[in-house]
Structures are given as C-alpha cells and as structure tokens.
Design a protein around this ligand. Sequence first.
Ligand code: DAH
Length: 343
Amino acid sequence: MDDLLQDDPLERVQACASRAALAELRSALLGRSGSLTSQLRSLGSLPTELRRSQGARLNALRSQIEAALDAREAELQVAEQEQRLSAEALDLTLPAPPLPRGGPHPISCVLDELRDIFQAMGYRIAEGPEVEDELHNFDALNIPAHHPARDLQDTFWLKDGRVLRTHTSPVQVRYMVAHEPPFKIVVPGKVYRYEATDATHEAMFHQLEGLLVADQVSMADLKGTLRELARGLFGPAAEVRFQPSYYPFVEPGADFAAWWENPKGPGKWLELGGAGMVHPQVFAAVDQLRVAQGKAPCYQGKMGFAFGLGPNRIAMLRYAIPDIRHFYANDPRVLAQFRGMGS
Ligand code: DAH
C-alpha cells in the first residue's frame, strides 16, 4: 500500500478516467485502511520529534490529495455529462425515417374503376344505409313475405325487425322516393348475407347497383350500358351476354356475363351480376311512399333499367386472388401487394 504514496499519488488522481476509478483510488488512499490513513495511524509509535515532522508532512499531503480528488471529481462530472448530452442529442438535419406506406384495398381499386367508368357515362354516385327496414330491402322491391330471400338463413335480422341489407337494391327505392326522374345513378356499398363462408362466399361483401329512369328506356339501352362497362373493365374487344333470370324487382330480368380476354390463357365468360327493366310494382311502391311523405307521385308510366354486380369477382379475377376471404382477413401480407395501386 505504501507504494501508492511513493508513486506520486497526485499524478494517479489526475490519471483517473472515470468517477468510479476515482472513488476506488480515494478509498485506497484515504479510506479506513487506505495507505495514508494507516501511515497517519502509525505516527503514534514514532519518537516525538519524528512524529511531529512526519505528522505535518502527512497532513499536508492529505489536504493536497483531497483537493486533487475533488478537483478531478468535478472535471470528470462535467466530462461525463457532456458525453451523455452528446450521445442523446437529436440531429434534426437527418432525414426522417420513412413512414410505413399503405395502399388502396383491391376492392377499393375496382370500385374506383367502376365509378370512373360510370361517371364517364354521366352517372351520379348515391349511397344508402347498411341497416335497412324490411320495406326498403324487400317489400318495395316486390319481394313478398314468402320469398326465400327473406329466410332466416339468408338475412341478418336485428332484434327490432330491421335487417342488414342483403343487397344494394333498396337504395333504388330510397333514391326514387327522394328524386324525380330522369336520372342515372350507381350505388357502391357493402351487403350482408347470413351464410357459411368459403372461398367464394362471405357474410359481408360488396355490390355496385345501377339505376336509370327516364321516359323511354329499353333493354337495348341496358345492354349497351353494360357493354360499355365490360369494355371499360376488360378492353375494347369485350362483349356482354344476357341469360334470362328472375329477380322480383325487374321484368324481364337477366343475368349478365362479360367476355374476358385472358392475355395468358383462354378467355372466359365472367358472371358479373343481375339486371333487368324496373318492375312496374317497384314504381308503384315508390309512388306510394312518395305520397305518404307528401310528395307528388311521378313514377307511373316511367321506364327504367337496373343492374347489380359484384366487385369482388372482378377483383379476384383481375388480381388472381383465389379466395374471397383474403379481402377481409386484414392480413398485411395480402394488402402489401397493392401498395402504389389505384387511381
Ligand atoms: N339485388 C340482386 C342481388 O343481390 C342483384 C340485382 C339483380 C340487382 C338484378 C339489380 C337487378 O338491380 O336488376 O342478388
């Protein structure tokens, strides 16, 4: 221990690079069993003369060491603080880390495309509630009480007797009650069916409804409109095909398919939806509702066509999505593939 003192202790103090090392040195010199402390303690055994001179020397050395320790302590404290501050400093000139970027959902891409196609033909966009009453979802659309579409299996019923709309067609009724013809609208939205889900069925999916009402409208107008739709979606060579079908709110009614020219393989007919001429019963129900609201009836003798189609099928084909459930599973691995898409 004595060599600590021999070895110029003041230089050692100065050489300490951290406060921890300094504390160690302090206790090695001045602590209970530190070298200086034990020398001071051994003074008692010296002859008086020697004790006096040694005592004075050691005490002077102790004050020097203490002063040096305190000074070095203060220096190291400042240095450590400066180091910490510079480590924590924010460099505001650095570029910000990139924000995670989203993209439109594939269904939104298709709905945007459909909207563009119909707006180019002069259609307006209309919307309606997803919680509907039986009157708008069924009765006014000429779907009578015994119709299978009202079955418990197909429809989500609310406790108060309302339903989650099973199609976008009720917006036809709402729009006609509120507006006078002529007009043409498309209605994008979500619809609900109480169904077991599989690769092609979901309990919630999307539809796009179309409705045109005027004085003179024909099935040829309907077909021309749907062909324009097919060409907007699949290119100038696309065609549409009608097959007779039954929907209570149109007469005659049809299912329509579009010819899709597959660039990588054989083309095919893609079933897109249902369509037809607005049933006179629907116009009658609308006029009745208008009268009940104090409005003039104005649909008797009008003509119109309506159609409803499923954007899901278009998106599945367009983006090669094999299972409808991928659309709504919120799996970022699916959605990440659609970054930077859409208009
Ligand atoms: N609402 C029908 C459905 O969900 C689809 C439909 C068929 C809509 C024919 C129409 C139509 O406007 O004319 O199955």
